[in-house]
Structure formats: C-alpha cells, structure tokens
Write a protein that binds this ligand. Structure first.
Ligand SMILES: Cc1ncc(COP(=O)(O)O)c(C=O)c1O
Length: 404
C-alpha cells in the first residue's frame, strides 16, 4: 500500500490567513453597511507599468507568428533577461555576479521553498523569529526540523533567532552553530533593514563556521537609506557563502505575472562540489522555465522607461507606508519599519495580544491588518500593516485609527 510523506502531518495548520479571512467575512456579514479597509495583505494593488504592458503585448504578438514563436525557455532563463539582471541589479552596484550564475524562475516563494532540496537532511537551519513561514514549512516537509512543540510553537531541530525591540529586529549570532541561515532584509514582517556592516558580519560568520546564507532580498527595491545593502554580494566574501533570492513581485507588481530569480555563485562549493551545479541539475529536471512573454516583461523592467515607472510605483507604496507610520506615531503608537520597507510593524497598545488588537481594529475602525504572532512567537504583541493598499484607503484607514 502506498505511504504518504508523514512530514506533512507534522505541519501545524496554517491558521493565520484563513483565520483572518473567516473573521473578516463574519464581521462583513454582521455589518454589511461597514466599509472594510484591508491593509493586511502582502499583495500589490497598482497595475503593471506601461513599459511592462507594452513588452507583454509585443511578446504575445511574437507568439502568434511561426517565425518568432518561442517554445520551451532555456533552463536558466533567457540570456536577454539574465544579462539585464546581471548588469542592473549587480554590476551597477559593484557586485560580481555573472549572467550564468542567475537562475530565472517563477518567483521567490518557489525558490525559497525549493532551495533546501540541494542540502543534506542533516543540516541545521537557523531562522529569524518572526519569519516568512515558507522557510520553516519547506524544511518541515523535507523532514529536517524534528518535532513541534505547540506550547512554545517551536521545532526541536530549528535554531531560532529572535528579532525583537531589544536587538532592533536584527538577529544576533545563534548560540548553536547552524549550517543553513535564512536571512530576509528588508524584512517581512518587521520591516527592519540591516546595514552593510551588519550583513558583512553575517557573511564573515558564515564563512568562518562553514554555513550557507540564504538571503531573501524580495523587498530590495524599498531601500531608501545609503547604509543598507541591496544585495548580499556587496559584502566581501559573500560569493563563497551566500545564495540570493529575488522577486519581481514587489518592485514591479509581478505577483500575478510570476517572475523571480536565484543567484548561486560558482565559488560557493563544498568538498569540490559547486552548489551551482546541483541547482542547475535540479532546475533542469524539475522546472521548464518562466514563460517567454513574462521574461520579456521582466526585461522591460530594466528599460529606461520601465525603471522610471517602477520607481514611481515603489514611491507610491512607500508614501502609503510613511502615511501609516506617521499617522500611527501621531496617535501615540510605537512603530517600526516603513523606512526601507513597505511594512509597518507596530506595538500593540497596553497589554493587548496581537489577535486582541486585530479584533479591536476590525470592530472599531473596520481596518484589517496581520497579527504579528502569526509569524512566530516573538511576533506576539506586534501587528503588521502594509503600504500595498491604495493611497485613498490608506489615508482613510489612518483617519479611522487616529479617531479611536
Ligand atoms: C520574504 C518574501 N519572500 C518571498 C516572497 C514571495 O515572492 P514571489 O511573489 O516572488 O513568490 C514574499 C511574498 O510575500 C516574501 O514576503
């Protein structure tokens, strides 16, 4: 008889967004006259920029003609896109990343979930707490995390690095030595960023202990301060210890169009085996490439017009984040994030738990956010609001919160 992968049964239910959905639906049914504003989601609301739409249209026309039709894409992605990425995201920042070290994919969620496959099950992972849940759950599915303790909400074989007010939401080096270190900066959910010196510290640490850093830079486009690195390859020595994950979702609105990439430098190796070769093998076996039309759309993000338009879009979301941050501060809240990130991380008032504050905000202001405890135990007592709504809704939500 067939057997299932029992690791899946160890996963605690993903209650966060389904619980939010149920609570909001129930409130809407009870109060159909109330207009609910959603500032909880990490999805974007603005349409794709004109340069991207133009590229999509002309790529679709190419697909309609036998002479310009494209079938399967090359395993690593089209050269035109990988070269544009290498030139704009890396060479322009002084980072050494070659086009053939870039693997184009359909987004950072898949890559951040799949990358653990090329590592032994013996590896110990270290994650921030709170954390983007994909890193832990994909390791649970693989069988790398031990047993789950519902009381502490922790896995026995995962090294947790609490990110709290005490360390300004930047993790300290763990007491136990990890093999794989997941870092995401600017961070989801806390909105915190770390300086180049801090990231250099992690690169030096990883090289010293022989660990690999899986650096998720999905929110890189939101960096506004000079001292914050856009890529881990700005740090010396990162080519021997770091993999970087990038997404077109938040910088260019590709959440529904799907495009991302992973960088694996050829210098990253253990006992003479390059991780680049393993991921190339994995990619070639299990993935048939992001669609041609989507890769053409991605290329347009790096055109002169595309760059200007996506910069404007990021500025729009950042204006929302600043509106949320300053509005909350004016209302007396303690607030973090929102400077190099579209996420604002606020401390719940009084002794309210994250969920109590969720209910309070929904009932009294008809505003939906995300309880911090849903991202891990160190998120308790915090709450996430996002700048990804429309400006009008953001202003209206803040007016309501200030009036509470
Ligand atoms: C930290 C982080 N990484 C990756 C992703 C997913 O990106 P993509 O849309 O490219 O799959 C998200 C989406 O919210 C995220 O917050």
């Amino acid at each position: 008889m067939f057997k299932i992968n029992e690791n899946y049964l160890k996963l605690p239910g993903s209650y966060l967004f389904s619980t939010i959905g149920k609570k909001v639906a129930a409130f809407g049914q009870e109060h159909p006259e109330k207009e609910i504003i959603r500032l909880g989601i990490g999805d974007v609301t603005q349409p794709l920029a004109p340069a991207i739409i133009d590229a999509l249209h002309s790529a679709v026309d190419e697909m309609a003609d036998a002479k310009t039709f494209h079938g399967y894409a090359p395993d690593l992605g089209y050269e035109f896109l990988r070269s544009a990425i290498a030139a704009n995201d890396f060479a322009a920042r002084g980072c050494e990343v070659a086009a053939d070290e870039i693997f184009v994919s359909d987004g950072a969620k898949c890559d951040s979930g799949n990358i653990q496959e090329i590592f032994s099950l013996d590896n110990r992972i270290a994650v921030c707490d709170p954390v983007y849940p994909v890193y832990v759950d994909s390791n649970v599915m693989a069988g790398r995390t031990g047993t789950y303790d519902p009381a502490t909400e922790r896995w026995s074989d995962v090294i947790y690095m609490p990110c709290t007010e005490a360390n300004q939401f930047a993790p300290d080096f763990p007491k136990e030595t990890p093999d794989l270190i997941y870092l995401c900066f600017p961070n989801n959910p806390t909105g915190a960023a770390i300086t180049k010196d801090q990231l250099q510290g992690w690169v030096d640490y990883a090289n010293r202990v022989g660990a690999v850093i899986l650096f998720d830079a999905a929110y890189e486009a939101y960096i506004s301060e000079e001292a914050i690195p856009h890529s881990i390859y700005e740090c010396e020595g990162a080519r021997t210890c770091a993999i970087e994950l990038r997404s077109f979702s938040k910088n260019a609105g590709f959440t529904g169009t799907r495009l991302g990439y992973t960088v694996i430098p050829k210098d990253l190796q253990v006992n003479g085996v390059r991780l680049h070769a393993l991921w190339a093998r994995r990619h070639g076996t299990k993935y048939n490439g992001a669609p041609y039309i989507v890769q053409k759309a991605g290329e347009a993000v790096y055109s002169e017009a595309g760059k200007a338009q996506v910069t404007e879009q990021v500025a729009y979301y950042m204006k929302n984040a600043q509106t949320i941050k300053s509005g909350l501060q004016a209302a007396g809240y303690t607030v973090y994030g929102g400077v190099n990130s579209p996420y604002v991380w606020l401390k719940t008032p009084g002794k309210m738990t994250s969920w109590e504050f969720f209910d309070y905000l929904l009932e009294k202001a008809n505003v939906v956010g995300t309880p911090g405890s849903g991202f891990g135990p160190s998120g308790e007592g915090y709450f996430r609001l996002t700048g990804f709504g429309t400006y009008e809704n953001t202003v209206a939500a803040l007016e309501r919160i200030k009036a509470l």
